[in-house]
Design a protein around this ligand. Structure first.
Ligand code: SF4
Length: 100
C-alpha cells in the first residue's frame, strides 16, 4: 500500500491536507508490532511517514500492511524529544503516550 499524501523532494510524504477526523489514540487499539512501553501507534495510522522521518530511531513502517509502529522505545533525551515531536505532528493522532 502506498502512503497517502504528497511526496516531497526529500523523499518524505506530506500528510494529506484533509486528514480524517481526529480522535484520541487508543492503547487498546495499538498495532500488533508496537513494542511494549510508553509510545505506541494505533490503527488510525494513515502511513504518512511523518513519525518515521521525525523519529527514525523509534518508528518503522510495516511494509506489508502499510502503517507505522514503534519498534524501539526512546533511549535518550534526544529520542524522547523526537518521539514527542512525532506524536505532536501526527495528523490523525495515531501516536499515543501511555505515560509508562
Ligand atoms: S503514526 Fe501518524 S505520523 Fe506516523 S505514519 Fe501513521 S499517521 Fe503518519
Amino acid at each position: 500500500m502506498l502512503p497517502r499524501g504528497r511526496f516531497l523532494s526529500t523523499g518524505a510524504v506530506e500528510a494529506p491536507l484533509r486528514a480524517p477526523a481526529k480522535t484520541m489514540p487508543d492503547p487498546k487499539d495499538k498495532v500488533f508490532e508496537s513494542v511494549a512501553g510508553r509510545y505506541y501507534v494505533d490503527s488510525q495510522c494513515i502511513d504518512c511517514d511523518v513519525c518515521r522521518v521525525t523519529a527514525p530511531a523509534n518508528f518503522q513502517r510495516e511494509e506489508a500492511k502499510g502503517y507505522s509502529y514503534v519498534f524501539r522505545q526512546p533511549a535518550s533525551a534526544e529520542e524522547e524529544a523526537q518521539c514527542q515531536e512525532a506524536m505532536d505532528s501526527c495528523p490523525v493522532e495515531a501516536i499515543g503516550d501511555n505515560g509508562a
